[in-house]
Design a protein around this ligand. Structure first.
Ligand SMILES: [Zn+2]
Length: 416
């Protein structure tokens, strides 16, 4: 993916703008503020991680964030219908640059949130994903306020719900379905997790299904010959598992959960599986979905035919249901996109090395709509995401914060 780094005609002007910004009094004082305020950032991070935010249960954290937005001087602070939190830092244009971080976690409501600090490290569920992103958003808002930085495009800060798992990007989907924001957000910078060494510019799409096969059930001896949902499901898995996939665009499938039956001597009444399809190409996901549906239909037919052949006492059949349980659109950033040139130039300026990556993040939504969007980390380093052993190391957080601030200011253009 190194071809993404190709130098284009507009590169020098981005670099010039960046050099001018980085040399300005206000930006220098914002950088100094980032360096001096680390203990405040760590405090915010521990505080937010202690407010539970399971999928579909983010309201308490949203209220906490709205309070922080107000304290940091953002205007128009509000929470929308689905629970996304907004705050604006005014500029002079009518289109916006959004800086967003998801506020939900993967942890169920009852998870004990023991958040603790040892030296430069913070431990506990959600401290990096997305405590680091939420703190980066607050730090940038704080720096704009402290250093009185002006910029042309206004900024909208968004703490959005529903990024993880079954949330299925519902928060970001709602932002881009809302007339006020849909066409107004020109650039989206998404902060997800820790680190400064990646740029997500390709949206990995996924579609997930629950497949349920139901039948009459019965006794394994006396009802022998009745169609069997587990056998039908097994045939479907066998056939679908042989579906060819291209190496490029990279496309994958997985049968991740299989359930069914009640006892060894009962013909089951139902069997189910969960299937995950992924690709950077929507066409490939569509093709895989088609193959899955055909495999299931054929498997059900052949199980019903086999049962009829056994001369079951009364006509009995199995039937199937395919329920979509997740859908994240795929998309790619145009290699010539301005946001890519800017982040590249910022990384060069900061002496930072970053890799372009493909992932499933909130950026999927704007990227799938052809908008300019990237997802980057909130600085520092972290690990153990989605486990109770999750950690964040504050060392080097200011590099990540500088990277975000410079990217935003360069994209937005100078204020007067
Ligand atoms: Zn995340």
């Amino acid at each position: 993916m190194t071809q993404r780094a190709s130098v284009s005609d507009s590169y020098p002007s981005v670099q010039q703008e960046l050099a001018r910004l980085a040399g300005s009094e206000q930006v220098r004082s914002a950088f100094e503020w980032f360096r001096l305020q680390e203990s405040r950032f760590a405090h915010w991070q521990m505080e937010v991680a202690r407010v539970a935010a399971p999928p579909f249960g983010e309201a308490a954290r949203a209220a906490w964030l709205a309070g922080q937005f107000r304290e940091l001087g953002l205007s128009g602070v509000q929470i929308d219908d689905v629970g996304n939190v907004f705050g604006v830092h005014a500029g002079f244009g009518s289109r916006y640059l959004s800086l967003s971080a998801h506020i939900d976690t993967v942890f169920p409501a009852a998870t004990p949130l023991h958040i603790r600090r040892e030296g430069s490290r913070i431990y506990g569920p959600g401290v990096s994903d997305n405590g680091a992103g939420i703190v980066a958003m607050l730090a940038v808002a704080g720096a704009l306020n402290e250093a009185r930085i002006e910029h042309a495009l206004p900024f909208v800060f968004i703490g959005n719900v529903g990024e993880e798992g079954e949330g299925d990007l519902r928060g970001m989907r709602h932002v881009f379905a809302t007339p006020r924001w849909r066409d107004a957000i020109a650039y989206s910078v998404i902060v997800d997790g820790a680190g400064s060494d990646t740029v997500v510019a390709e949206a990995l799409g996924s579609r997930r299904f629950e497949v349920i096969v139901r039948g009459p059930g019965g006794h394994s001896w006396s009802d022998f010959g009745a169609p069997n949902p587990i056998l039908a499901l097994a045939r479907a898995i066998d056939a679908f598992g042989q579906t060819p996939v291209p190496a490029s665009p990279k496309t994958t499938f997985n049968v991740g959960v299989v359930r069914g039956g009640t006892s060894v001597n009962s013909i089951p009444e139902s069997a189910s599986m969960r299937v995950d399809l992924r690709s950077t190409s929507m066409a490939e996901i569509d093709r895989l979905e088609g193959a899955l549906r055909v495999a299931i239909e054929r498997a059900v037919d052949s199980e019903n035919r086999a049962a009829a052949g056994h001369g079951a006492r009364r006509p009995q059949t199995v039937s199937s249901d395919v329920i979509e349980i997740g859908n994240r659109p795929a998309g790619e950033l145009d290699p010539q996109a301005r946001i890519m040139k800017v982040i590249r130039a910022v990384d060069a300026h900061l002496g930072n090395t970053a890799q372009v990556q493909r992932a499933s993040t909130d950026a999927n939504i704007p990227l799938s709509l052809g908008r300019e969007a990237i997802a980057i980390g909130g600085g520092g380093s972290g690990g153990g995401a989605h486990t109770l052993q999750e950690w964040f190391n504050c060392d080097g957080r200011d590099l990540g914060l500088k990277r975000i601030l410079l990217t935003m200011l360069t994209l937005a253009g100078a204020g007067e």
